[in-house]
Design a protein around this ligand. Structure first.
Ligand code: FES
Length: 157
């Protein structure tokens, strides 16, 4: 089987290995690194991660499907993950979700036809003190309002 993951992936794993007590403990960072390469986790890529770690592919899928930060299907160039947990809801997260659904013409969990935006609801992002919070790809944005969100989106290419 030819490798789908890059040399960089394997070099990164070699660097991380000494920091973890077992190779299985590397699974979460390995999935992050694999997702960085593909933007999501295709089944064959998860199989390659399983082979590298030395566990059954089903175990990798169990973990990848448990955590919302792993994408099990392709996402758009900009992945908006709006926290809709308690603190964010109390400070307008539902309004932000509705605003985005209307603006993009999609529902949460969907991607715009041009593959530019994916919208998702997220569990607590740990930014409750500056709710409502959202992750745009890997970056946090907090104290959001529909207006601030529009400004942010207007700056994207
Ligand atoms: S509830 Fe939204 S960041 Fe904690």
């Amino acid at each position: 089987m030819s490798k789908l993951l890059s040399q960089k992936f394997y070099e990164e794993m070699k660097k991380l290995e000494p920091r973890y007590p077992t190779k299985v403990a590397l699974l979460l960072p390995a999935l992050h690194e694999a997702q960085r390469e593909y933007g999501w986790l295709p089944g064959e890529v998860m199989d390659e991660v399983a082979a590298y770690i030395g566990i059954h592919p089903a175990q990798v899928r169990e973990v990848a499907s448990f955590y919302t930060m792993y994408n099990l299907k392709p996402v758009g160039k900009y992945h908006l993950k709006i926290c809709t947990n308690v603190a964010c809801c109390l400070r307008g997260a539902d309004e932000l979700v509705e605003h985005c659904e209307k603006k993009f013409g999609i529902k949460c969990g969907e991607t715009t036809p041009d593959k530019k935006f994916t919208l998702a609801e997220e569990e607590c992002l740990g930014a409750c003190g500056t709710a409502p919070a959202m992750m745009l790809n890997d970056d946090y944005h907090e104290n959001l309002t529909p207006e601030r969100l529009d400004q942010l989106l207007a700056g994207l290419r």
